[in-house]
Design a protein around this ligand. Structure first.
Ligand code: WTA
Length: 692
């Protein structure tokens, strides 16, 4: 048995049922246990009996198969999908070892398929045509809609036909900048149907960020809408797109078409600025096209989408996912981690602008013929009970969200939750950052009435789908632990030298072999792919996360170990925020670190030095924050600006972030050795200015 399997086998030695009552009671009563690691929360016997994976033993059997024979394991699953032509041999080929040559990951190469066909046509053929595919809940309560699988296919085909008509071909990029309307998954699926590569940009990104992404992938068309309501605000998205398109055109790249969906019908069309020849209303053109559209069969390794994400250095990276492996992987992880059954109603609160919305609003659930709730609005509008109102309205049985939302609702008081029945709920899910045990317990005890297992899914934009996640009926959970690896995933924990560590330990989380949903490259920059992810610890994919493993083999994610901050579950590179700050004419230098934040998980803390002679003022602070909002987006706005006459640097000029992190978190007695600084007195200055 490999070392890796041994960690997982420790599961089998866990007490099953013994101690169940006393420990569960302790959890419900909120008693603190001797150690979090000993805190086991068991699924009920009834829950386990009906689950796809009902016991640790069943998991172990399947897991072993997936590791010992990945080709066989994944081929069996892949065969359940429609392939125009079956894949060739070998089923997969990989090189994750930079010392042996170029990094390469391929799955099901030679197989011809189409993910849109598998989401829609295939499910319709098997009798799901009249099943609801999407429930749409608008920002305003009472504003809603829905589409069956048949209707969704028709809508997708109309848009696909339109895109073909304006010249979008297989392999072309399409940028989508839309809020959570049904048109967003429709646009993604339409691209997939014709083999175009979608690049969805979260509609909270600024014009500048959007322009950057447009210039990088050079789409023929940008799909957007005139405006969106979010809570009590109206955001004029088309104005942002106009600015981005002007910016991009000035830099030598002009898109042919800006397809604009008319949302917020209360707003008059005339208010939207229009560039004749380039701008087209969706409703004026798309609805004229036929409701059937032939599928473009693509190779399993043809690109499906690009999604930009932040790294520790430089501009955002275009993570590229291909078709076949991603399809098989998102569908399978969805089915097992949420113990999905055809009668489930599924709601994931993520926006399709992030990976969670790609894999677990659109592709994973639709591949399983699931009914998906798409929510346009804000979870605290009109009040903090909105989520549970939606759960009751649609009888949601699987509810998947982020710890930041759990924490923010927790602060509003239990009343907003207990006002609603929530009886339909069966499973809860968490993603985006570690969920702290107290938020876990509130979610479990209050929202789920101590009845619903929580799937705390650890994964990344790069991994395409879940990597470490509970299988809810299979084993007891520990609040705050993502538990065990999914089938086919071999996580390892390594030390600074890249040596795998055994047993109870903590270190850097890596993965030692490929899985079907892995990203294949960074768009246009395979070298950056290799250096960012495969060079730190040769032989492994390095996640950028720290992790520890306890005596029972459970995994505990401890957060990023690189210069990436995780704010409300959104990844932001410190370098991006710094470069936005220094673009301000009065800012000389900036250093950004993450600090603990009660609701957001991490907050953004920025140290800035000013241009000689410029005094620091409240107006300047506001204008610095505004600069970041304008350049990246509101979600990246610093929580704190700390004016610094000087920054702590080594004699060679390197900023010592370790010290800045301690100052930011006010752990002033843990500053450590400051004698190697070029000017140790800047530290005292910074401390003196900390709360000014
Ligand atoms: C963090 C989001 C702990 C982690 C799917 C990772 C988590 C980054 C969890 C990826 C979790 C995500 N527990 N940490 N369950 N899920 N993370 O690319 O730091 O937006 O590296 O993908 O989020 O963020 P990304």
């Amino acid at each position: 048995t490999s070392n890796h399997l041994r960690h997982v086998e420790s599961l089998a030695t866990l007490p099953s049922g013994a101690g169940r009552i006393s420990k569960l009671n302790a959890v419900i009563l909120g008693e603190s246990l001797a150690s979090e690691e000993d805190d086991l929360v068991f699924p009920s016997g009834d829950f386990s009996r009906q689950a796809h994976v009902p016991s640790p033993q069943k998991y172990l059997d399947m897991y072993k198969m997936s590791i010992e024979d990945p080709a066989g394991f994944w081929s069996d699953i892949a065969s359940q999908f429609y392939w125009k032509q079956r894949w060739g041999q070998p089923v997969y080929s990989e090189n994750l070892d930079i010392r042996k040559g170029r990094i390469k990951i391929e799955w099901f190469k030679g197989g011809m398929t189409n993910i849109c066909y598998n989401c829609l046509d295939r499910n319709i053929e098997s009798g799901n045509g009249e099943k609801t595919a999407l429930f749409w809940e608008g920002n305003e309560p009472g504003e809603d809609g829905n589409l069956t699988y048949n209707q969704l296919l028709q809508r997708v085909c109309q848009l696909a036909n339109y895109l073909k008509h304006i010249g979008v071909k297989k392999g072309d990029a399409v940028v989508i900048y839309l809020p959570m309307l049904m048109e967003l998954p429709i646009a993604m699926l339409a691209c997939a149907r014709i083999g175009a590569v979608h690049s969805v940009v979260f509609a909270g990104f600024s014009a500048e960020s959007l322009a950057q992404r447009i210039m990088d992938c050079k789409p023929k068309v940008v799909i957007t809408c005139n405006a969106v309501r979010r809570g009590s605000k109206i955001i004029y998205l088309k104005d942002i797109v106009d600015a981005a398109l002007a910016d991009s055109a000035q830099n030598g790249f002009a898109v042919d078409v800006c397809l604009t969906y008319e949302n917020c019908s209360a707003l008059e069309k005339v208010k939207t600025k229009w560039q004749e020849g380039r701008d087209t209303w969706w409703q004026d053109v798309v609805t004229k096209y036929p409701t059937t559209c032939d599928v473009e069969w693509v190779d399993a390794e043809d690109p499906l989408f690009l999604l930009y994400t932040s790294g520790s250095t430089g501009k955002p990276k275009g993570v590229l996912h291909t078709t076949g492996g991603y399809m098989v992987y998102t569908a399978t992880t969805f089915k097992y981690a949420f113990d999905y059954k055809p009668s489930d109603i599924y709601w994931c609160t993520a926006d399709c602008g992030w990976i969670t919305g790609h894999s677990y609003v659109t592709y994973g659930p639709l591949l399983n013929a699931a009914t998906v709730v798409v929510f346009e609005g804000a979870p605290n509008y009109p009040d903090s009970g909105r989520c549970w109102d939606i759960v009751d309205k649609y009888k949601v049985s699987i509810f998947y969200t982020a710890p930041t939302l759990v924490r923010s609702l927790m602060r509003e008081g239990d009343e907003y939750v207990t006002r609603y029945s929530r009886k339909s709920l069966r499973i809860l899910g968490s993603v985006g950052e570690p969920i702290n045990p107290s938020a876990w317990r509130w979610f479990y005890n209050l929202v789920g009435d101590s009845r619903c297992p929580i799937s705390d899914t650890w994964w990344q934009t790069e991994t395409g789908g879940f990597m470490i996640t509970p299988l809810p009926g299979a084993w007891p959970q520990k609040p705050g632990s993502a538990t065990f690896p999914f089938f086919g995933v071999q996580p390892v924990i390594v030390d600074e030298k890249g040596v795998e560590i055994e047993g109870e330990c903590s270190g850097y989380l890596c993965v030692k072999s490929s899985w079907p949903g892995a990203f294949r490259t960074l768009y246009g920059d395979h070298e950056r792919y290799e250096t960012t992810y495969f060079s730190a610890f040769p032989g492994y994919y390095f996640s950028g996360d720290g992790c520890s493993r306890d005596k029972d083999g459970y995994h505990w994610l401890t957060g990023r170990v690189d210069d990436v901050i995780n704010v409300s579950g959104h990844r932001i590179g410190t370098a991006e925020v710094e470069s936005a700050l220094v673009s301000h004419p009065q800012c000389a230098e900036a250093a950004v670190v993450g600090v603990e934040h009660e609701v957001k998980g991490q907050g953004i803390y920025a140290f800035v030095t000013l241009v000689e002679g410029v005094p620091y003022s409240e107006d300047l602070r506001k204008s610095l924050v505004l600069t970041v909002r304008n350049q990246i987006g509101a979600f990246a706005a610093p929580d704190k600006i700390h004016w610094a006459p000087g920054l702590p640097k080594t004699r060679s000029g390197k900023i010592m972030r370790r010290i800045l992190r301690k100052i930011a978190s006010r752990q002033l007695d843990e500053l450590g050795d400051t004698s190697t600084l070029a000017d140790p007195s800047v530290v005292d200055q910074l401390i003196a200015l900390a709360d000014s």
